[in-house]
Write a protein that binds this ligand. Structure first.
Ligand code: GLC
Length: 421
């Protein structure tokens, strides 16, 4: 199956880097502040990624337990991090570097799968029409701005750049297109699949990189869907009732691009819970970092990744290659499952015992995953009830796992249960 590696990996790194990282106030700064090309230009001219080290990023991803890395080749501002024959608006022209090539080579060298993000939106391209989502929409002469703009020419550019990305760097495993907004708003058009000629673009992807996974943001179904900054609460199915592959993409602080003054950093504990939660619902999590204006991983992001990496080192078996378990978890957490191993991720630590519905007689061994220490179990069956345990109202068939009073000192404790099949 084409998506086997993706299902197994479960955890990937998103990297949003571009001229907006220099502005350091959200990757949508040009749009939010309605900046003209001239006003945005200083961030391009001063784009100097002397600390962008693709190998260090790939190594960091690997140390965090991630299986793939996805870099923004072009974001909505249109600035390309690769050498394109179709435009001068590239990192190659500004600083002589093809950062996409560096990324692809580094990820591959570290044994990681290679992903590219590419924005079909382009606020710089002279043929990309002004719409409700465009930084120029509030200009006094905004409606005149579309005179002479020709989306057919933009489409050629778009398809041409995707061809470049998919033919110049060897195998690409994953492509994240971004994004489609077909509805009209405020008297302006949106843009839908026909604006990208999505069918032809997807066909081009299939032709050039048949194994590559493609997301759903051309506005037509492809290989996986992309819940953004929220967590699905059940495994997803498509219209035909088949399992829908999904990947939640998540930020560290609400912004994808480096946002210096944003201190909304999620805790590493919350992020690990989100990861476990994704896997428990048969999904992946793509966690974003926004390298700073010089391309370095921001220290606060590095610390968060380190903490997650420490957890993954001990708990990777509960994530990598794991998925949904068709069992009712106790109220304290979620289950993931890998073959005959069931993993209970405890989001809160109960007093003394955790009661697992329907598992009596089905578990041959229970241990804490962080240190491999055995955990005593008992059942609610009066004959087998452990001594000194007062029934707490558990239903028949419940398996009770006995816990130490002190919670293990890890972000999220995990109990591994070996199932008897
Ligand atoms: C959104 C945003 C964008 C970000 C992306 C990541 O669609 O427009 O800035 O890159 O989501 O999923």
């Amino acid at each position: 199956m084409r998506q086997q590696w993706f299902d197994d990996a479960r955890f990937g790194m998103f990297v949003h880097f571009g001229a907006y990282s220099v502005a350091a106030r959200h990757e949508w700064v040009q749009n939010y502040e309605r900046l003209t090309d001239d006003e945005y230009r200083p961030y391009i001219d001063h784009f100097d990624p002397d600390r962008f080290d693709a190998l260090a990023i790939a190594r960091r991803a690997k140390a965090t337990g991630m299986g793939y890395v996805v870099l923004t080749a072009k974001h909505h501002d249109g600035f390309c991090l690769f050498d394109s024959a179709l435009t001068d608006f590239t990192s190659q022209m500004v600083c002589g570097r093809d950062l996409v090539r560096e990324h692809v080579e580094a990820a591959r060298a570290e044994g990681l799968r290679v992903g590219i993000y590419y924005s079909v939106i382009d606020w710089h391209h002279p043929d990309f029409t002004v719409d409700w989502n465009h930084p120029r929409r509030d200009d006094e002469n905004a409606s005149d701005l579309n005179r002479g703009r020709d989306m057919a020419r933009y489409r050629d550019y778009l398809h041409g750049q995707v061809r470049e990305l998919l033919t110049r760097y060897g195998r690409i495993d994953y492509l994240f297109f971004d994004w489609t907004y077909p509805e009209a708003r405020d008297g302006w058009q949106g843009k839908g699949p026909q604006d990208w000629d999505a069918e032809a673009l997807l066909a081009l992807c299939r032709e050039l990189q048949p194994e590559m996974l493609v997301n759903d943001r051309l506005g037509i179904p492809a290989d996986f869907v992309t819940p953004e900054q929220y967590q699905p609460t059940s495994p997803l199915v498509d219209e035909t009732g088949e399992r829908q592959i999904w990947e939640a993409c998540q930020t560290l602080n609400g912004s994808w691009g480096y946002h210096r003054d944003n201190t909304d950093q999620k805790s590493a504990t919350l992020l690990v819970q989100m990861l476990a939660d994704s896997v428990s619902m048969d999904g992946n999590m793509l966690l974003n970092i926004g390298p700073d204006g010089r391309g370095a991983i921001a220290p606060r992001d590095g610390r968060t990744l380190d903490e997650i990496g420490d957890w993954m080192l001990l708990h990777r078996d509960a994530i990598i290659g794991a998925g949904h378990a068709d069992l009712r978890p106790p109220r304290e957490g979620v289950y993931t499952r890998r073959g005959d191993r069931l993993y209970l991720h405890l989001f809160s630590w109960p007093l003394g015992f955790v009661h697992l519905p329907d598992l009596a007689g089905r578990v041959s061994f229970a241990r804490l995953l962080n240190d491999g220490s055995w955990l005593k179990t008992s059942t609610s069956d009066p004959d087998q009830r452990a001594e000194n345990i007062t029934p707490a109202g558990e239903a028949e068939g419940t398996l009770t796992v006995h816990l130490p009073v002190r919670r293990p000192d890890v972000l999220v404790p995990v109990i591994e249960l070996t199932l008897r099949e």
